[in-house]
Each structure stands twice: as C-alpha cells, then as structure tokens.
Design a protein around this ligand. Structure first.
Ligand SMILES: O=C(O)C1=C[C@@H](OP(=O)(O)O)[C@@H](O)[C@H](O)C1
Ligand SMILES: C=C(OP(=O)(O)O)C(=O)O
Length: 748
C-alpha cells in the first residue's frame, strides 16, 4: 500500500485515459494515497470500464472522453496512458474542449513524438501539457495488471519544454511523488536517446531473439530445454506488441542509432569468436559484468559513476569490554591501487592476491577497465590483470570517477599526463575539496597540460599528447602521493625523473616498480627513474593494511583484558609509525613471524592491553603514521597525561580536516583536546572510562568513523557516529570484524 503524509489531496480529479498497467496503477496509487478527490477512467471498451470499477481502480469509468470533459475544472489532471501513436488522437479530442486550468500529462515512452503530436494539434506545445514518462512497468499489460505499488521507489521522468507552465509542472510532480516515485527532469531529446539505449533496444533484441528461435525447425526442443538465462533475457518479449510497435515507430532515429552501435559490437564479438580472440572476449565480458554489477551506477555510461543516492550509515557503539581473537583485516589500500595501476601498464598478466575490495581500490580497477584493460575479478581478493603495456591504454568513454580517493586521483594524474588522449578525473564531494596543485604543479613542470577546478581542486582535466621531460623535483611536503605521481609521469618522460622527499614516506611505488622489473635508483631521500622502459607483469601478494589494523591495535591497547592477533599485516618501515608511537606510549605490541612477501615486509601483530602514557609524538614518525592519527588520538585520550602532536598539518587536507573532526568529536565525548594549526594536544584519562557518550559526526571520513567506534571500548555510554558509509572505501567489513573481536557495534 502507498502511504502518504499528505493531509490534503494534491490534485482535484484524476482522469485516466487508457486503463491498463500504467494508467490503472497510477489510479490505484493515488486512490490509496488519498491524493485526489475522484478518479475517472476512460476506456474504449465497456468491459474494461466495468472491470476497472469492479477492481476498485477507478471511482467510475466512461467510454467517451467527451462525457467527462465538461465536468472538469482547474486543478484536475488528465493522464494520457494510451499507446504512443494514439496520443495524437487523444489530443485532438481534447482540443477546444478542455476547461481552463486542467493539467494534461502522459506516460508515453517516447517524448519527441508527444511534442510533435501537440504541435500538430495545437500549433504549439500548450502550457498545460507536461510530458512525462514513468520508468516502471512489467511485461504484463491490461487493466488486471494494475498495482498500487508499481511506482514506489521508481523514477518518473518529466520533460517540460519552454512553454510548460510552472504551476502545471508542479502539480504533475506532486502527483507522482504521492505514488512514492522519484521525479526527475530531462530534456526531451536526451530522454529519447537514453530510453532508446536502455529500454527500446533491449526490447528489439528480446522480440528479435525469440522470433528467431521460434522460426527454427527445432523450436519445440529449444523452448523445452531453455533454462533460466533464456527466461531472464527474453521476459520482455511478452510485452504488449502494439505499444512496442508504436515506440519503435515514434523513436525511430534514436533507436536506429542504438541498433547500429549494438550491431557493430555484435559483429566484433562474432569476429572474436571466429578467430578465437580470447582477450577480446574477456574484455567485453569482464567490462559488461562490472557494468551490470554496478548497474545503477553505470547508467550515465561513466567509469564508476557517483552513487545515485549516497547511502546513509550510522554506527551505534555500546560500551564494550575487551577485544580478543585472531583477525585478518582487508588488503592494503595503497598497494591495491598500485597493483592495478602497474599491472595494467605492464606487459603480460599480473595475478594479484589479497586485493582490497573497498570502494577506493574498486574505483581504480573500474577506471582501468574503462580504459580498455581486461581485468578479471575481484573474487575473494584475487584479481587477474591483462596488462596492455605503457602505451596500450585507450581513451575512456567519459570522465574517470575515482570516488573518495586522493591516492587514485593523484597517481592517475601522473600516469595519465603522458597518454595520447584527453581525460578528466572527478571525485566525490570530499575529494572535490582536496588540493590538487601539489600534483598539477610538478606535472606542468614536466610539460603536461593540466587544468584544475577553482582553487586547484578537482576536477582535473588532462590534455593528451603532451611531451613530458624528466625533472628533479623537491617535494614541498612529505607526500607519497605526490612522489608517486611524479615517478609515474616519469615513466613517460624523456630522460631522468627524480623526486626528493623532505621526510621518508611510504615507498610502495618504488618497491612495486622494482618488482615489475623497472629500475628505480634510491639515494637517501631521492628516488630516480628513466622514462621509456617496460614493466613486466607478475604476481603480487597484498598484505593486510596496517592502517586498518591500527584500529584493532588501539582497541586492544586501550581495553583492559585484551589480547588480539592481527595476521599477515604489512609492516613496511615507511608505514610502521603507529606501532612505534603506540610502543612509545607503553603499548604491548609484538611482531611475530616476520617475513618478506613479494618485496614487502609482513608480520603477525600481537597486542595486549597495557596502561598507556601521554607522549610528545616525534615529528619524524608523522608521515609514517599519517593515516593512523584518528585512532592514535583515541589511544591518547585513554593514556595517562598529555599527548602532543606537532608537524601534522597534512591531516587538515585528508578526507576531512582530521584535526578538527577528531577535536570536535572528542569534545562531545568529554575529552580535553585542544587543536593547534599543525596538531593537537590531548589530556588523557588514564584508568577507567575515558569517554562519555553522545553523537559525533565523522563528516563522511572513514577513519574518523572507525576511530570513534573503537573509543566505545572505554566509553561510559553509547556513542552514535554519523555519516559512516565511507568506511566501505578502505574497510568494507569493519563492523563485522569489530563485533567478532568484541566491540558492540551496530550499523543502521
Ligand atoms: O600514497 C599513498 O597510497 C597514500 C599516501 C598518503 O597520502 P599523502 O601522500 O597525501 O600523505 C596517505 O594519507 C594515503 O592514505 C595513501
Ligand atoms: C588519506 C587517505 O586516503 P586518500 O588520500 O587516498 O583519500 C586515507 O585512506 O586515510
């Protein structure tokens, strides 16, 4: 049933012309919602009228439009729900007889032909006509198929034109909203092109396929043995033939364009099958699978389109006790990005294990698929990348959307600066606020043509065909992203490219390039490579992410009675700042079973509770623990005495201003925390509960959200954490693992 909060009917009477699935379902929904005074049906056949009344679809029904027109008055709505090519006749019947102030709208699948019909009948598009199209339906048709819930959570596209009156438009929008639908506005032409591709072409193919098979002499057998796939694929061939004939004729040009595009693709698939071109087949199938899996996100034909509706997730964390057990947190985010990037640019196949199936790394994977790279998986962290070589990428169909990921945008900037094609990089709301001149400046020095949005923020527009030359770049800040960007651009540059960092930062790019057989010289703070080489695909084992593991290290360190083992964690010395800082605070951390896997040091980390004390954090540890500070601030709040952080201004330009976000949240929870321009001073509680309860805002920053969840272990009361959906960018199963370890965390 449709529920509505509307106290007043939003429209007067509703006249539905054509009481089938579409018209009947609107009538039922509005009646159920109490959104109109009366529903009058108009159908050609008396029997349909009787059925519509008997089924409670309409209050009354007539066979002639002429009978109801004189009764209508301003505020009433006529919904034309007849086959597309019959719309013109209905308009002709309305001409000169329509009382003033009555709104006319329709549900035809083609809008250009409705506009053309109106122009033919009235000589213009009348101000009371609001062309519309509900994107809902079923292969079922007729009055008995009508349902009151057909439109709930479906989209209705309205295509008003210049002359459409705002009041009439508003009435139609409200009418559809009362059915539970979401209303979108679109230009007529765009609507018809989008629908030709997404609805009309699939119907052509389904009708055509079933017809082809039905003509086959063996058809009985074919249909007898046809399994689920055939049934799924051809369901829409049961749709109303008249309606679909009309749509084909009415949207001819756009449909022909879609058919031609599809035929070319089918021909090329045919050729791939004929010649045994397995790479081409895998390319089409893996791209199509990814697109289908991200179906709703892919409608706009972008790489990894912004989610249509950002999902809202709130964490509710009850005070916990201790954490224990053995856990493996997901794969390292920095290495996952780089494994796809270098695997794609390598020659040959790269097999990745332990890949992080989080939103950030998946966006990178999808971006390469959109540039023509065949990538299989991910399945349980396993990915196979069929590298195309340094010069094998193709222009993507649209802007590359890299979601929430600063790493992706900055590293992409470097490796795309030397391509032959233009490309635009975009990101979500948080990424769109982050500084990009730190990569645009050195790239321009190398000869790249690159534009940013206002104030050096995304999007990044990179012009293809620039000739890059090597530079000797001194990084103004300790940033592995900037260093990596310069080195990746260096692969395409003439001569030598060097990057010198003011303090050690994560060196995964250098290590992985070396692993792919590309020579990188390291001389203290300086890394150098020569352009024009080649990368050779291979195997990559991505260890568990120490940044994700830190939330559990802190959890075990602060919660009395804890004893936790974190398995197979990457402990690269350019990433181990959190271990060093926690140990300085007195934490009991043991690194067991140390080993090297694929050029990266790995260990199992055992953490047991021990009382912590406040410290002055050594500045050289800051870049080595840069992502871990939200969690470390929670540890500081539980420590005895004062913890002072300086030299960490970079925290202000992450997914949120992490100093501000943490200071605000800590204050809500009753912690004495004082932000400074480049750090924070936190006076910890020592023994006993360190946090009160309350509602804190993670500002959509994954690490802030997880840090406050961990704080619950030492909280007196429930902590509610807002805007936690982005935890999926780096740690998709955080809540599950947290609860397994002993936290009491609910996601709502
Ligand atoms: O290179 C990388 O993979 C990263 C580098 C760091 O950023 P900066 O280079 O901006 O410090 C870090 O914060 C980010 O999560 C990942
Ligand atoms: C800063 C981070 O990532 P990025 O810069 O890639 O968005 C992070 O994961 O904490």
């Amino acid at each position: 049933m449709v529920e509505t909060t509307e106290a007043q009917p939003s429209i007067g009477r509703l006249v539905v012309i054509g009481i089938g699935l579409i018209g009947g379902s609107l009538a039922l929904a509005l009646r159920a919602a109490g959104a109109c005074r009366e529903v009058i049906g108009v159908a050609r056949r008396q029997k349909t009228c009787e059925q519509a009344v008997a089924l409670g679809i309409v209050d009354r029904a007539v066979t002639g439009l002429g009978e109801v027109l004189p009764e209508l008055e301003s505020g009433d709505v006529i919904f034309v729900a007849v086959p597309t090519l019959a719309v013109e006749q209905v308009f002709a019947d309305l001409r000169d007889k329509l009382p003033a102030g009555v709104t006319v709208t329709d549900g035809a699948s083609v809008k250009g032909s409705v506009i053309a019909a109106a122009e033919k009948v009235w000589g213009r598009v009348p101000e009371f006509l609001v062309p519309g199209h509900p994107i809902a339906g079923s292969e079922k048709s007729g009055v008995t198929a009508a349902r009151d819930d057909l439109y709930i959570a479906h989209r209705i596209i309205v295509t008003p034109v210049e002359d459409t009156d705002a009041g009439h438009l508003q009435r139609v929008v409200q009418m559809w909203q009362a059915t539970g639908a979401e209303v979108l506005n679109m230009p007529v032409r765009e609507h018809d092109e989008v629908l030709a591709a997404t609805s009309h072409l699939p119907h052509v193919i389904a009708f055509g396929l079933v017809d082809t098979l039905a003509h086959d002499a063996e058809n009985e057998n074919i249909f007898r043995y046809a399994a689920g796939g055939f049934r799924d694929f051809t369901r829409i061939a049961s749709s109303d033939p008249v309606m679909w004939r009309d749509i084909m004729l009415a949207n001819r040009d756009a449909i022909l364009k879609s058919i031609d595009l599809y035929s070319a693709n089918l021909d090329s698939l045919r050729a791939a099958i004929a010649t045994g071109d397995s790479d081409r087949l895998m390319g089409v199938f893996t791209r199509a699978k990814a697109a289908r899996d991200h179906f709703t996100k892919m409608l706009a034909k972008k790489a990894y389109t912004e989610p249509m509706q950002a999902q809202e997730v709130t964490f509710i964390a009850q005070p916990g006790e201790s954490v224990s057990g053995e856990l493996r947190v997901p794969g390292d985010k920095s290495m996952s990005h780089r494994s796809i990037m270098l695997g794609s640019l390598a020659e040959g196949v790269t097999e990745i294990e332990g890949f992080l199936q989080g939103e950030d790394a998946l966006a990178t994977l999808q971006a390469f698929r959109d540039m023509g790279v065949v990538i299989e998986g991910p399945v349980d962290g396993r990915v196979t990348v069929h590298g195309v070589g340094l010069h094998g990428l193709q222009a993507p169909p649209g802007p590359l959307y890299v979601g929430n990921s600063g790493t992706a945008m900055r590293l992409f900037a470097g490796l795309l600066a030397g391509q032959a094609f233009d490309v635009t990089l975009t990101g979500d709301e948080s990424l769109s606020k982050r500084p990009m001149n730190r990569v645009a400046d050195p790239l321009r020095e190398m000869g790249a043509e690159i534009e940013t949005g206002p104030e050096g923020r995304p999007p990044l527009m990179i012009k293809g065909g620039a000739r890059l030359h090597g530079i000797d770049y001194k990084l103004p800040m300790a940033s592995a992203q900037v260093k990596s960007c310069v080195l990746l651009a260096g692969l395409y540059a003439d001569g030598e490219t060097s990057s010198t960092e003011p303090a050690p930062t994560r060196d995964h790019t250098e290590r992985m390039l070396t692993g792919f057989g590309y020579e990188v010289q390291r001389d203290g703070a300086r890394a150098t490579l020569c352009g024009g080489g080649r990368l050779a695909g291979g195997r990559i084992d991505v260890p568990a992410d120490i940044s994700s593991a830190t939330f559990f290290m802190v959890a075990a360190a602060i919660a009395p009675g804890s004893d936790l083992l974190l398995e197979h964690v990457g402990v690269n010395p350019t990433r181990d700042g959190a271990i060093n800082i926690l140990r300085l605070m007195g934490a009991d951390i043991e690194l067991l079973n140390r080993r090297e896997v694929g050029g990266e040091p790995v260990a199992d980390i055992r953490v047991r509770h021990a009382p912590l004390k406040g410290i002055r954090i050594p500045e050289e540890q800051v870049p080595l623990a840069i992502d871990e500070f939200p969690a470390l601030f929670v540890a500081a709040a539980c420590a005895e005495g004062e913890t002072v952080l300086t030299g960490a201004e970079e925290l202000r330009v992450k997914e949120s201003d992490r100093i501000r976000a943490m200071a605000d949240g800590l204050e809500v929870l009753g912690v004495d925390a004082e932000p400074t321009p480049d750090g924070i001073v936190i006076r910890g509680a020592g023994e006993g509960p360190a946090f009160g309860g309350g509602t804190v805002d993670s500002l959509g920053d994954h690490r802030i959200a997880m840090a406050f969840a961990v704080a619950s272990l030492r909280a007196r009361d429930t902590i509610r954490i807002l805007h936690c959906a982005n935890v999926a960018t780096s740690f998709p199963n955080f809540a599950e693992l947290a609860n397994r370890a002993g936290l009491k965390l609910q996601e709502v």
